[in-house]
Write a protein that binds this ligand. Sequence first.
Ligand code: F0G
Length: 428
Amino acid sequence: MQSRFRCIVCERHFPLGTRFRCDCGELLEVEHKFEKVDKGIFDDRLGIAPRPFNSGVWRFKELIHPHINESQIVSRPEGNTNLYKHQNLNDYTGITNISMKHEGENPTGSFKDRGMTVGISEALRLEASIVACASTGNTSASISAYASQAGLSCVVFIPEGEISYGKLAQALAYGAKVLQIRGNFDDAMRIVQKASDVLGLYLLNSINPWRIEGQKTIVFEILQQRQWNPPDWIVLPAGNLGNTSAFGKALRELKSLGIIKNVPRLAAIQAEGANPFYRLWNSKGNVLKDVKPDTVASAIKIGSPVSWRKALKVIQETQGLVEQVSDQEIMDAKAVIDRSGIGCEPASAASLAGTKKLVEQGVITPREDVVCILTGNLLKDPDSTVRYHMGDLNKVQPQYANRPEVIDADLSNVKEALNKRVLTKVII
Ligand code: F0G
């Protein structure tokens, strides 16, 4: 049987196509009927496989889009991102066994490329001509690059003045039509859905079930890098909740295929100023209430996440939880990641900040094995990094500031400057 779409609530089936919502209004997901899958096939492809199996997404083709023709696959290739450890991370959280999966190492600098390679390939398979998304920046950077590679036209809807320059630069440079919406991300998301329905644009936000299929491979790759031994926890930043949904689907499928026995607990971390999912979880309610978002972590500045129902199911299934962190906690955690030579954009650091908070609360114990996800590259948002170190960020008192100094060009000034301040230590 070919894969098909299924409603996540009423379980009605639909053929694969451009429709992403059921008649009942809920989101659809891809339902696969897997042949028996032996994980050895994924290990055999490591390092030596020809295109497209050299991609950290398409290496797992049998689990994401088993029937697509290889000639229709558009791949950079993506994935194959590293897991990092550093003493600073142990000291900061009190956890001995903590590592960071750096999704900022993807071709356009964020995890979005994993979903985009699958979404754009599906757009080609469906013979779509124009692809579209709303974005806080990273999705727009990714879609623009992949659309250009595939020869498709692309339009991105971004909140005016609210996305970082690095991301805006990428969308412009890769050649997308950029529509700056007067409003926030949630307004952009609403209008792109309407425009797609009426104008026949192929929508590539994470309500497109194929984006979720690609993003499952973050979890597949973490497990493969750990010889298929699951950690106790996976901690990730949460905005529109596509990634949280993808992680849960990946774990559900690996368990049902017998590839893993124990399912890690998922902790989804939101910014305090953009925390509708945290509020929902905390109130034990079952309907999400929108908030007016406000956070320095512009990538997750989202008040009305579209995939909340999928994500809620995932948190429940994995005995997981949702936590929130302040901008202060996000930026200090980012400084620790940056000073470890790893580096990330602000939203990514919510994972480390959230882990620290959960250890302080006694929810995660120092002996547990934790993988944090870094979702985007440091250079995506240099402005907030510089402003942190200059002490120039609203409501943030930098704990790890590394201020530049202005001096005259003579040796005595250099000596004086070096005497005043010990050069940056590696360990904080
Ligand atoms: N981290 C980064 C760097 C992101 O760009 C995003 C989402 C997230 C975390 C949250 O992931 O939405 O799946 O919960 N960025 C989207 C965008 C919304 O348009 O680039 P999520």
